[in-house]
Design a protein around this ligand. Structure first.
Ligand code: ZN
Length: 135
């Protein structure tokens, strides 16, 4: 597998919004944002009202594959959920995920209070990643 790496696109680095340290990407599930109606679609995708209402009629909920919440790890601040958005130029902008952002996801997870009715197993598996950090 020679030069397999060089063919990959340049990897963007992420930094802690609180301290500016390099963040570790944990490879957690990406919780994509979805929008319930034309107004939300229009606001988030910055498209015309006409296009937004078209998308709204096509889907009961429009999933934005370019915006998602993903978990990162800061050696200083621990686990951090970031809201990431891929821009049209390929760059990803990000900021800490807010409570409102989680409402836009499929809500299968709440980082502060795991929902026991949803896959407890998945949640525990996802936590395994941190065992190395939590003394
Ligand atoms: Zn930090």
């Amino acid at each position: 597998m020679p030069n397999k790496r060089s063919k990959r696109k340049r990897v963007q680095h992420f930094f802690c919004p609180l301290c500016g340290m390099r963040l570790w990407r944990l490879g957690s599930t990406k919780y994509y944002l979805f929008y319930q109606n034309a107004a939300e679609i229009r606001q988030n995708l910055k498209i015309s009202a006409k296009k937004a209402s078209f998308l709204a009629t096509q889907n009961s909920a429009y999933i934005d594959r370019n915006s998602w919440i993903e978990e990162f790890f800061c050696t200083e601040h621990g686990r951090i959920w970031l809201l990431l958005s891929r821009q049209s130029d390929g760059n990803i902008v990000y900021r800490p995920a807010k409570k409102e952002d989680w409402k836009q996801t499929n809500k299968t997870i709440n980082p502060t209070k795991p929902n026991p009715s949803v896959s407890e197993f998945t949640y525990r598996m996802s936590r395994k990643v941190y065992y190395g950090y939590q003394a």
